[in-house]
Design a protein around this ligand. Structure first.
Ligand SMILES: Cc1cc2nc3c(=O)[nH]c(=O)nc-3n(C[C@H](O)[C@H](O)[C@H](O)COP(=O)(O)OP(=O)(O)OC[C@H]3O[C@@H](n4cnc5c(N)ncnc54)[C@H](O)[C@@H]3O)c2cc1C
Length: 399
C-alpha cells in the first residue's frame, strides 16, 4: 500500500497542476492515471491567455513553448447571418501576458505530466484505474482500483479527484454533475491539408448548431482541429454528428478552409463537457474535485484547461493549508470550497451561464457581432473578457 500527503487520481491538466503545486509546497504526492502517457484527450486544443500565467506559476511554461504550439493573435467570431467580428490587440493596449496557442492535447498533457513527474516528491503510477474510495471510520483514506490486472490501494491524507468528465471519484462522493442544464457535448476531428493558414481561432455561431458553436483551430500551417459543441439543455448529443456535417457543408469559413482537406482517420470523436454554473459542493472532507471531475468548465466558451490548471492549484493550496499547519485533513474541503468560489463562481461561471442563455438566441448574436464588426474597441472588449483579461461580466455590458 502506497501513501502520500496528497493522492491525485487523474494526470490531465488538473492532476498535473495539483501535483506540481503540491510538490512546490513541499508535500509528498502520488499522481495516478489509468492511461500510460502520452495519451490523447478529445479537445479543441485551444490554450487560452489565462492558462499562460498558470503554466508559468507551475514552472511548465517554457517546456510547453519548446513544443512550438501554434500561436494565436486574433479571434474571429461569425454570426448566423454571416457577419464577422475580428478581435485583436488595439494599438496602445498593453498585453500583460503571452497570447494563447493551440497544441494537440497528446503533446500538451505529456509535457505537463513529465513536468509533474520531474519533482522529487512526486511518485507517478500509470495504468492505475480508480474504482472507488476506501473509508475507515467514516473518513476517506485512499482509493482502490486495478493496476496491471491486480487490485491496488493508494492512500493519501488529502485526495484529489482529477479524473475527468466521467469521474469515478465524483460519483463515489455523490457529487457527479449529470444535469443537462450544466453540460455541453462536443466533438472534434483533426484535418490535414487545411488551406489559408492564419493565427486566428475561429468560432462560428452557425445556424445549424445554435445553441452552440463550431470551431476551426489551426494546429499548424496545414493542420487544424475542427469541432462543434451543443448545450445539452437544448440539443441531445445524438444530434451532433448531423450538426457537425451541416457545419462543414454550410459555413463559409469551413468550406474555404477545408475544400481540399482530409479528416485524419480515427480522430472524429465526442466527449462531454461538465460546466461550472452551479454552486453545489465540489468536495467532501478530505476529498477535493478538480477540473472536469469537479465540473469546472466555462458554459459560454467550453474552456476547461484554464480551470483545470487553476483548480489543481487551489486543491494543492487547500491540501498544503491543512497538512503544513497540522490541521485535520477533513478540513481541506472547507478551505477548497472557499478558494474556488472566491476565484471563479461569481466572477466567471454565473456570468457565463447567463451569457450562454443569451447567446443561444440568433437575434442577440447577430446584433452583437454586427456591432463588433464595425467597432474594433468593442471587438477587443469582447475578446479580452473571453480571454480573462477583463472581467467576464463585461460581456453582459460590453457597450
Ligand atoms: C470536444 C472538446 C473540445 C474542447 N476544447 C477545449 C479547448 O479548446 N480549450 C479548453 O480550454 N478546453 C476545451 N475543452 C475542455 C477540456 O478538454 C477539459 O476541460 C480539460 O481536459 C479538463 O482537464 P482535466 O485534467 O480535468 O481532465 P482530463 O483532461 O479529462 O484528464 C483526466 C485524466 O483522468 C484519467 N482518468 C479517468 N478516469 C480514471 C480512473 N478511473 N482512474 C484513473 N485515472 C482516470 C484520464 O486518463 C485522464 O488522463 C474541450 C472539451 C471537449 C470535449
Amino acid at each position: 500500500m502506497q501513501k502520500a500527503d496528497i493522492l491525485i487520481i487523474g494526470a490531465g491538466p488538473a492532476g498535473a497542476s495539483a501535483a506540481s503545486f503540491a510538490a512546490k509546497a513541499g508535500l509528498s504526492v502520488i499522481l495516478a492515471d489509468k492511461a500510460v502517457f502520452p495519451r490523447d484527450k478529445i479537445c479543441g486544443d485551444g490554450v487560452g491567455v489565462g492558462s499562460q500565467e498558470l503554466l508559468w506559476r507551475m514552472g511548465a511554461y517554457y517546456k510547453v513553448m519548446a513544443k512550438k504550439p501554434w500561436p494565436i493573435d486574433t479571434m474571429i467570431v461569425s454570426a448566423p447571418n454571416n457577419r464577422v467580428m475580428e478581435g485583436r490587440d488595439l494599438p496602445g493596449e498593453s498585453r500583460p501576458i503571452d497570447p494563447g496557442f493551440v497544441i494537440p492535447r497528446k503533446t500538451f498533457d505529456q509535457v505537463l505530466f513529465n513536468h509533474a513527474a520531474g519533482f522529487d516528491s512526486v511518485e507517478t503510477v500509470e495504468g492505475f484505474t480508480a474504482q472507488g474510495l476506501v473509508e475507515d471510520r467514516g473518513r476517506v483514506t485512499g482509493v482502490y482500483g486495478r493496476y496491471k490486472g491486480r487490485p491496488l490501494t493508494l492512500s493519501g491524507r488529502v485526495i484529489v479527484g482529477a479524473d475527468g468528465a466521467h469521474s469515478k471519484i465524483a460519483k463515489s462522493l455523490g457529487l457527479y454533475n449529470n444535469n443537462p442544464k450544466h453540460r455541453i457535448f462536443a466533438l472534434r476531428a483533426y484535418y490535414q491539408n487545411v488551406a489559408h493558414a492564419d493565427h486566428s481561432i475561429q468560432i462560428h455561431y452557425e445556424n445549424s448548431i445554435i445553441p452552440g458553436y463550431g470551431w476551426i483551430f489551426h494546429t499548424g500551417p496545414q493542420t487544424a482541429n475542427v469541432g462543434a459543441g451543443v448545450i445539452l439543455r437544448y440539443t441531445p448529443a445524438r444530434e451532433l454528428p448531423r450538426i457537425f456535417d451541416a457545419f462543414l457543408k454550410n459555413n463559409p469559413f469551413a468550406i474555404k478552409k477545408l475544400a481540399n482537406a482530409k479528416m485524419v482517420k480515427g480522430s472524429f470523436a465526442g466527449w462531454p463537457i461538465p460546466c461550472g454554473s452551479f454552486s453545489s459542493k465540489r468536495s467532501c472532507g478530505s476529498v477535493l474535485l478538480t477540473g472536469d471531475a469537479g465540473s469546472f468548465v466555462d458554459n459560454l466558451t467550453g474552456e476547461g484547461i484554464y480551470y483545470a490548471l487553476g483548480t489543481g492549484e487551489l486543491a494543492a493550496r487547500a491540501a498544503a493549508f491543512v497538512i503544513k499547519r497540522g490541521i485535520n485533513p477533513q478540513n481541506a474541503g472547507a478551505n477548497y470550497e472557499w478558494l474556488w468560489r472566491r476565484r471563479y463562481l461569481w466572477k466567471d461561471f454565473i456570468p457565463a451561464y447567463i451569457l450562454q442563455g443569451l447567446w443561444s438566441k440568433r437575434p442577440v448574436i447577430n446584433w452583437v457581432i454586427n456591432r463588433a464588426a464595425h467597432n474594433q474597441r468593442l471587438a477587443f472588449t469582447l475578446c479580452s473578457s473571453i480571454a480573462h483579461l477583463k472581467p467576464k461580466a463585461r460581456l453582459l455590458f460590453p457597450f
